[in-house]
Design a protein around this ligand. Sequence first.
Ligand code: PLP
Length: 351
Amino acid sequence: MSPVAAKMEEIVLQWLVDLFGLPAPCGAGFVTGTTMANFTALAAARSALLKRAGWDVEEDGLFGAPALRVIVGAEVHVSLRKALSLLGLGRSRVTTVPADDQGRMRPEALPPLDDRTIICIQSGNVNTGAFDPAEQICSRARQAGAWVHVDGAFGLWAAASPLYAKLLAGASDADSWAIDCHKWLNVPYDSGIAVVRNPEHLCDAMAISAAYLEPSALREPCFYTPEASRRARGIELWAALRSLGRSGLRELIERNCRLAKRFSEGLRQAGFQVLNEVVLNQVLVSFGDADETRRVIAAVQSDGTCWCGGTEWHGHTAMRISVSSWATTEEDVERSLAAIIRIAKGEDWKL
Ligand SMILES: Cc1ncc(COP(=O)(O)O)c(C=O)c1O
């Protein structure tokens, strides 16, 4: 990593801390995506909470360490469970808090918290786009000395728009955040950021030293990430943010959300059931029973006008529409709606 690339990471971090309203100075590791951002931030959480309990997890590992409690919501993203498994915290050795019909963690169902608890909340559910109530959760966690980690893969970008930022109320009170850049920021794949409130906690978990790695007074990117050698992810982030600017990012987020709403209205008007409250850029639609919905998804995919995947949501099979490309226009959405409706109504033969 050249000093230029390291400097660009610093600038990107400053811009994002400002954009997301995070408490400066934060530490940040520029990693491959949100799976690794969750992993990296949770490594910092594990390190900090065990250090407070008098245990050095980097040196002594988890054998015989004081127990940590990890809390997740019922609709936690699978990749967060994977990150927990990689950290020796276990995919299943977690307390799962029930969620409401949109997938939001129910704060009143949180168990008692203490200073050996990590609570993993979500800003932007991959199916519904819903946000866990960060304000209530962070305020309870703060009183108890618990660590709150936010998986904000795509939801944190809502901060770029005054129309959607309110969904994130309280999220800046957390201790760490995971952000995806290859999704809503649309940079090439292999880009996510782990942000940690206290940079020392991140360095404790990630820093390395070796005689041949001469320390400098400048930022050492490998003190913040699991990898030593890697590509200079900060450069394209710098370029994307520099060219979009605050207003361009806002326009991108608002356009995608407006187009998601248009999808949901168009599909409802055509008589199909939209299963979620469309609060962001995600739409879940059912075309009848599971077999019929699967038939429509397969036919939409082979038609090729647009691409939508399938999912299961609270007992229903659904098609999942995720509007997140900088290139998607209103005309694209109208064409896509027409194609989906034609296929779902079985009118293909008319073509
Ligand atoms: C909420 C959430 N967390 C984590 C991930 C995993 O991100 P990545 O594929 O960048 O590792 C995703 C991806 O869809 C996601 O939506």
